[in-house]
Design a protein around this ligand. Structure first.
Ligand code: H79
Length: 466
């Protein structure tokens, strides 16, 4: 009898029938995720294929460069109003001196293209509240400055000319608008906040109507209780925007559900189109959802700061991050913070040129590629174009042995390997393991070994989810 009970117990364990193994019941949500798995339409496939982007932080804060009245504030330059506790009237003086070079929009679009960025995210309104386009809904905008004309529109046109897609950054949090609330303590707060929500929603619709070529929104400043405890508002806003442009791409940061869960609903499903929580950090393995990482060049500066502190990334570090993101099925977006007059600091110009030069030579291992379906090795990152029988081995760390290990899956074999059409010796080990012998003379920077693979029946959706 005892043994029968034991057998029944282990059999139940094996089949996952014990109470502790029963899956959590699904919570009925009205405002949660609207989709299972990734989007499969062509707009999303285009975004996913970009892999490399640029984000630009530009606003009134760009003129201050991280200092106020001669005092330097080390924390993020775009926070200068908060860092230096500048009253509105005093901050407003920056309107009078906002007069960037008229060529800035064209120059930035050209630089994005030069870097190999396939899309640009630009701040239309950051936490400070200043709008880079002439908005019907506020005077705190570019029309009230000596620049006068539609800076954002000029930038969108310049990007269109360069063939670079545009996404618009918009901060829901607004330090300037009188009706913004961090939390809703009573009915009067709620009434004001609803006014703010209508203001923000109208502005977003205005942006879509003014710039129909825009591909999506990059939302920020949605973490306060006023927003997250009213998740239905973010749901309704998402629907409202998709009505204007059904192909719109919206990151998860906009969204909260009715339980207050953000990015992922209470059932753990992603809300919006891609994971937007990868700010200045990268995952360690491919994710099941689409995702994007935004990265600063210095530690935590987005807007222009005259005095960068801490470690400043170099081009190879950023190129490796871009390669890693592609290998892990995500997009990589590098931030620049133009100066008040619209010019780009020399450190950023140099990085853009160096990254661009590398991408010109090796970009086909990044653009349009994704996870290889193989295990990444210590020497670098493996990427693959959908259904391709060619794998890109992007090498950052040359093994002392002079040999690259590649572990294929059952049924796959390597046909050949080459660096820039120069064939390399390939040695077969056991169990699908291959050793690629590197030549003595190697490029001075990261390089790509193209590996032709006989895939047998292995290339399936799981192999390269582009
Ligand atoms: O635009 C750049 C920054 O200015 C902006 N986001 C990037 C893209 C930014 N705003 N605030 N922050 C970055 C930092 C805010 C961090 C916190 Fe929080 C908000 C700490 C607590 C609330 C995020 C949400 C981390 C924890 C909860």
């Amino acid at each position: 009898m005892k043994s029968l009970i034991l057998i029944l117990f282990f059999s139940a364990l094996l089949h996952g029938q014990l109470p502790q193994d029963t899956p959590k019941p699904k919570i009925e949500l009205k405002y949660g995720s609207q989709r299972e798995g990734r989007r499969t339409d062509s707009d999303m496939a285009r975004w996913r294929g970009h892999r490399l982007g640029m984000i630009i932080h530009y606003g009134l804060y760009s003129q201050a460069g991280g200092a106020w009245k001669g005092v330097n504030y080390a924390y993020a330059a775009e926070f200068i109003k908060a860092n230096a506790k500048v009253p509105d009237e005093e901050y407003d003086q920056l309107l009078k001196t906002f007069n960037p070079d008229r060529n800035a929009p064209k120059n930035w679009a050209r630089l994005a293209k030069q870097m190999g960025a396939k899309y640009v995210v630009i701040t239309t309104k950051h936490h400070e509240g200043f709008c880079l386009w002439p908005s019907k809904y506020t005077d705190f905008d570019v029309e009230s400055t000596p620049y006068k004309t539609d800076f954002l529109g000029e930038f969108v046109s310049a990007c269109n000319e360069q063939g670079v897609d545009v996404m618009l950054y918009y901060s829901i949090l607004d330090w300037r608008h009188k009706s913004w609330r961090y939390q809703l303590k009573d009915e009067s707060d709620r009434a004001e906040f609803m006014k703010y929500w209508e203001f923000a929603s109208s502005q977003l619709e205005e942006l879509l109507e003014r710039y129909p070529s825009v591909k999506g929104f990059w939302f920020d400043g949605t973490w306060d209780s006023s927003v997250k405890s009213n998740g239905y508002l973010t749901f309704e806003l998402e629907q409202r925007l998709r009505k204007i442009n059904p192909g719109l791409i919206i990151g998860s940061r906009l969204r909260a559900d009715e339980t207050g869960a953000r990015h992922f609903d209470a059932n753990g499903q992603l809300m919006g189109d891609y994971e937007q929580g990868w700010e200045r950090k990268l995952p360690v393995e491919p994710l099941k959802n689409d995702w994007e990482c935004v990265m600063t060049i210095p530690e935590n500066q987005w807007g222009y700061h005259a005095k960068w502190t801490g470690h400043v990334k170099d081009s190879i570090e950023l190129i490796e991050m871009a390669s890693k993101c592609t290998a892990l099925d995500g997009n990589f977006v590098i931030n620049i913070g133009p100066m008040g007059d619209g010019s780009i600091r020399s450190e950023e110009t140099r990085l853009i040129q160096e990254i661009g030069a590398w991408i010109t030579a090796n970009g086909d291992a990044i653009h349009g590629c994704g996870a290889s379906g193989l295990e990444n090795q210590n020497w670098g990152w493996l990427t693959r174009r959908e259904k391709a029988d060619e794998i890109n081995a992007i090498v950052f760390n040359i093994p002392i042995s002079g040999r690259l290990t590649i572990q294929l899956r059952k049924g796959e074999t390597i046909k050949s390997a080459a660096i820039a059409n120069k064939k390399l010796e390939v040695e077969e080990d056991s169990g699908g393991r291959y050793l690629i012998h590197l030549p003595k003379e190697l490029p001075k920077t990261a390089f790509v070994v193209k590996v032709q693979v006989n895939t047998g029946n292995q290339i399936t959706a799981e192999a390269a989810k582009i």
